[in-house]
Design a protein around this ligand. Sequence first.
Ligand SMILES: Cc1cc2nc3c(=O)[nH]c(=O)nc-3n(C[C@H](O)[C@H](O)[C@H](O)COP(=O)(O)OP(=O)(O)OC[C@H]3O[C@@H](n4cnc5c(N)ncnc54)[C@H](O)[C@@H]3O)c2cc1C
Length: 571
Amino acid sequence: MKRYETDVLVIGGGGAATASTIAAHDAGARTMLAVKGQFGVPGVRGAGATSNPKADFWTIRTVGPKGGLFNPPEVVWGDMCQLGLGTADAELCQIFVDEVTEAIKRLRSMGMRFQSKMLATMPATKESKGTNNIVQIQKAVIAGTNTVVVEHANFTDILVEDGRCMGAVGIHDDGEPFVVQAGAVVLATGGIGQLFRYSFNPPGNTGDGYAMALRAGAELFNMEFMQQGLATTWPTQAMVMLYEMPDPYKMFNREGKAFVKDYLPAGLGLTDVSNLKAFHWPVSCRDAAIHLDRAIHGEAVAGRGTDHDAIFLDLSGTKRGFQPEVFHEYMKSVGIDLDHDLLQIQIHHHTSNGGVRIDKHAESRVKGLFACGETAGWQGADRVGGTMLGGSQVFGFRAGTRAAEAARDRPQREIRKDELDARLLERLARANERRGTTRPGSLLAPLQREMWSRLLVEKDAADLAHARAFVREQRGRLETDLLIAEPFDLVLMFEQRNLLDVAEAILAAADLRKESRGSHYRSDYPERDDANWMTNIFITYENGELGLTRKWINEARGWTDAGSVRIMPWG
Ligand SMILES: Cc1cc2nc3c(=O)[nH]c(=O)nc-3n(C[C@H](O)[C@H](O)[C@H](O)COP(=O)(O)OP(=O)(O)OC[C@H]3O[C@@H](n4cnc5c(N)ncnc54)[C@H](O)[C@@H]3O)c2cc1C
C-alpha cells in the first residue's frame, strides 16, 4: 500500500481546493493536493465544476461599500437570507459578505482578469479554452510552492481515530490502494451533479466528499435543496443564457403542443411565470417560476419530450435581453441558428446548496476535518447567483488557514492498522473475491435516470418511495452480484457506493420535509409551511443507520419573509 504523509491534505482540484491549498501553504503547512483524474484540465475527470466548460460566463457575487448604491453588504446579506427562505446559515452568509471582496482581490493579485471592476464576471473566451480559469491561475501559484500534487487519486474514506481526523485512504486508477497520513484534511470534492441524468457537472463530481464526511461522523444538512438550471440537451450541452427576456417563453412538446399552462396553478399565467423566470434565468426557483421548471421536466418524464429528453424553445422573432449574443454565437457555432431553429432544452442539476455542516473556520464536527466549496453546506433553499464561486474562495481560504493550525496540534502517532483495514483493504479484498455479473459502471445510468425523474425537480411520497427502493436494489447488487473485470471497476464501485449513500441521505431529507420550499418541490405538499417546517434537516450516520434531526440554525435570530429580493437578476 502506497503511503504519503503531509500536514494538510486537500482533496479536490477545483476553486475551493486550490484556494485552501494556497492558504494552508501560506500559513506554513506542508501541503498535498490530491485529485481524481487530471488536475485543472477542463472536460475530464478531475476538472470539477469550477473548470467545466459548460457556461458562457461565470460570476462571483461582488459586494460594494456599506450604504452605497451598488450591492451594499447589508443588501447582499439580506438577499442571501431571503433566497434561503430561512434555511441559509446567516452567520456564514455574513462571513461571505465581509470577505468576498478580499477573496476577489487575492484572485486579481494572482493574475485573474475580470470583465469589469464592479462585476467579477469572467467570459469563457477562446484564451481560457472556454472555461472559467480560476483553477488555472491558482494552479500556477501552487506550482511555485512545495505542494505535492497527486493525480488519479480517488479518495474513498476519511480515517478517524478517537474522534480526530488522521488522514484519508483511496485507490489510484490502476486499483492500487494508498493512504495519506495528515494533520488535517480539507474536503473540496465539489457536489453531486453526477447523481442526475442531466447535470452541468463533470464526471468526477459524484458526491464523494458528502459520503466520506457522513461516514466519518460529520453532519450534512440542507441536502434536499438543489439548484436547477436550463441547458440544451442537443446537439451539445450548454447553459441557456437569456436573462430579462421581455416576452413569454414559447415552448412546445414533441407533439407541437404548448403545454406550460397545464402545469400552472389557478390564477397564474404563462406571462407571470415567464416574467418571474426572466429575473433569474436559467436557475433558481424561490418563486412561482418553479412551475415552468416542473412543466419542462414533467413533459419529458411523461414521454412527450423529444428524442433528446427535451422540449422545444422557440426564440425566433423574440427581443433578446441581457447577454444574449454570447449564447447566440455559441449556438451558431454548433449549427443552431436561434432566428430559425428551435432549441432543445431540459432542466439540469446545477449546484447542491446543502453539504457538510461547518463552523466559521470551515471545520466539521470531526476535529481536523474541514470542508469548503460545494462540499460545505451554508446556502439554503435557494441562493444568490455568484455566491458558490465566491464562497469557494472565502471558505477555501478559511479552511486552509485553520487546517494548517489544526495540523500543528495533531497527535504524534502512526495510523492504526485496524482503521486502515476496516476502511479500505477489507473492502478491496471482498470486492476482488466477488464473482457476479454486475460491473459497477453499468449501474450509473439507471441511477441517474431514476434520480433525475423522481428527485430533482418535483416529487411526492410515491416517487421518493420508488427511488429509495431503487437505491436499496442497487446496493444489493453491489453487495452480492459484483463483477470487477478491470482495476478501474474498483474506482467505479467506490463512486457508486458514494452516490448511493448520498442519494439515500437526500431522499430521506426530501421525504421528511413535508412541504415545498425553494427548489424543494413536493407535489403532495405544494405549499410552504413555515409553521411546521421552518427548520433545517441534519443528517448523521451512526452504527450503520442514517439519523435525521430537525434543528433550525437561525432559531435565535429568526427570519421573516420580506416577499422579494432586491438584487436583480439574481441567478
Ligand atoms: C456550468 C456551471 C456554471 C456555473 N456558474 C457559476 C457562476 O457563475 N457563479 C457561481 O458562483 N457558481 C457557479 N457555478 C457553481 C460553481 O461553479 C461550483 O459550485 C463551484 O465551482 C464548486 O467548486 P468546488 O471547488 O467546490 O468543486 P469543483 O470545482 O467541482 O471541484 C471538485 C474537485 O474534487 C475532485 N474530486 C471529487 N471527488 C474526489 C475524490 N473522491 N478524490 C479526489 N478528488 C475528488 C474533482 O475531480 C474536482 O477536481 C457553476 C457551475 C457550473 C457547473
